[in-house]
Write a protein that binds this ligand. Structure first.
Ligand code: NDP
Ligand code: MG
Length: 400
């Protein structure tokens, strides 16, 4: 019989972005293991209807609502409830991840908006489950070097990176690794010629064949910018140069990535395309807990296919691979311009095939005016991010 849970043994979790796709999958896993985990913090931006229900069920001590108007509505509703404190304001996310009673932070905010809180969790030496890939793309090795200094444990949630992590030796040494192959489903437009995608709508772009995800990453998957961001993310997480990373199209999304060793061995991690698997893995690491995901029936799946991506037909992936090779400021500019362009596409201000044009022009004008060298600190990262967003916005308003 298992011994009864002792309050001191329960791991206390802050779920940043709890109302999103990864956030709700995280709560699905946590709900299955009340004797192991409790929720200390939940956060959202505007979806307070979802957050309200989550507060009712998980009874966190703190809830952060980034959007001030939504925060004031929720704060009024919970004014008489002393069990939960509703916070807002630019620094609230950093304050909650730094709380001494928070053991583990799930970083699942989307985009650069999650950078400061994720890095703050690392600065405070927390166990950080990192789903939010943009901070890693923006800060590169700075993120991991901060973790080395503070002792923070970084566990990747992005399914490819979690797969690589699982295929590495226990000490995470890259010594005998010759290459890492990141698999990609190819998204909803796999096999289509880029030139035929001009009239794609946000709804079509967000209809991913294998995964259910938030809208920004769904568009990134449709352009395959997501895989480019993931290659940069992998380079930062595993300290591997871009030339040792590649992308393999694998439409079934069953193999989540592969690590190739110098002796010719390939190790792969397989699983259903369900984010609860990497989430459960990282939560329990180095142990294992049930995730609630379906098991794989390989006999039914029967075959697994692989092809190399045709970069001439996938402009966003080509731009990202070039940014990964250039390094320094370029991935930051790429990421910022992509966020601006994807939002404009989701708002129906630009067409789908204009996304790479905005990004390429933003990188070109940035490099014409600035050095491409890597910033030394977070302030430098944020300056480049801001500059690139202004350039991308200007490019949007000046487009023909
Ligand atoms: P969603 O859009 O579903 O959720 C995003 C979360 O972030 C929501 O809780 C949202 O709040 C919150 N949020 C949005 N903007 C802000 C802001 N400005 N300030 C504070 N909070 C904000 O995204 P996903 O869950 O799909 O993705 C989250 C991250 O994980 C992304 O970086 C993505 O690339 C990565 N990822 C996602 C995967 C997936 O399967 N979904 C797989 C691998 C990685 P609200 O609900 O109120 O808008
Ligand atoms: Mg992924």
């Amino acid at each position: 019989m298992s011994k009864p849970a002792n309050a001191a043994e329960i791991e206390r979790i802050a779920v940043l972005g709890s109302t999103g796709s990864v956030g709700t999958s995280t709560l699905d896993v946590l709900r299955m293991h009340p004797q192991k985990y409790c929720v200390e913090v939940l956060t959202s931006n505007t979806r307070i209807d979802v957050l309200r229900e989550q507060i009712g069920e998980f009874k966190p001590r703190f809830a952060v609502v980034s959007d001030p108007e939504s925060a004031s509505i929720l704060a009024q509703e919970f004014a008489q409830d002393s069990s939960v404190t509703i916070l807002s304001g630019a620094r609230a996310l950093e304050e909650v991840v730094a709380l001494p009673q928070v053991d583990t932070v799930m970083a699942a905010i989307v985009g650069a908006a999650g950078l400061a809180s994720a890095l703050c969790a690392v600065e405070h030496g927390k166990k950080v489950l990192i789903a939010n890939k943009e901070p890693l793309v923006m800060t590169g090795r700075l993120f991991m070097q901060t973790a080395e200094r503070t002792g923070a444990i970084i566990l990747p949630i992005d399914s490819e990176h979690n797969a690589v992590f699982q295929c590495l030796p226990a000490d995470q040494s890259m010594r005998d690794v010759s290459r890492v192959h990141l698999t990609a489903s190819g998204g909803p437009f796999r096999g289509k010629s880029w030139n035929t995608l001009k009239d794609v709508t946000p709804e079509q772009a967000c209809a991913h064949p294998n995964w259910t995800m938030g809208r920004k990453i769904s568009v990134d998957s449709a352009t395959m910018m997501n895989k480019g961001l993931e290659l940069i993310e992998a380079s930062a997480l595993f300290d591997l140069p871009a030339r040792q990373l590649d992308v393999l199209i694998h439409p079934q999304s069953i193999i989540h990535s592969l690590v190739e060793y110098i002796d010719g061995s390939f190790l792969a991690q397989l699983g259903a395309p369900d984010m609860r698997i990497p989430i459960a893995h990282a939560l329990a690491w180095p142990d294992r807990v049930a995730s609630g995901a379906d098991t794989l029936n390989l006999a039914e799946i029967a075959r697994l296919d692989f092809t190399a991506p045709d970069l001439d037909n996938i402009p966003c992936l080509a731009l990202a691979l070039s940014a990964a090779e250039q390094g320094g400021a370029v991935p930051i500019v790429l990421n910022a311009a992509n966020e601006v362009a994807v939002e404009a596409f989701l708002q129906k201000q630009i067409g789908f095939t204009q996304i790479p044009q905005i990004i390429e022009d933003t990188i070109d004008t940035f490099l014409a005016a600035n050095s491409a060298s890597a910033p030394e600190n977070l302030a430098g990262v944020l300056n480049i991010d801001n500059d690139a967003r202004l350039r991308a916005a200007a490019r949007l308003s000046s487009r023909p």
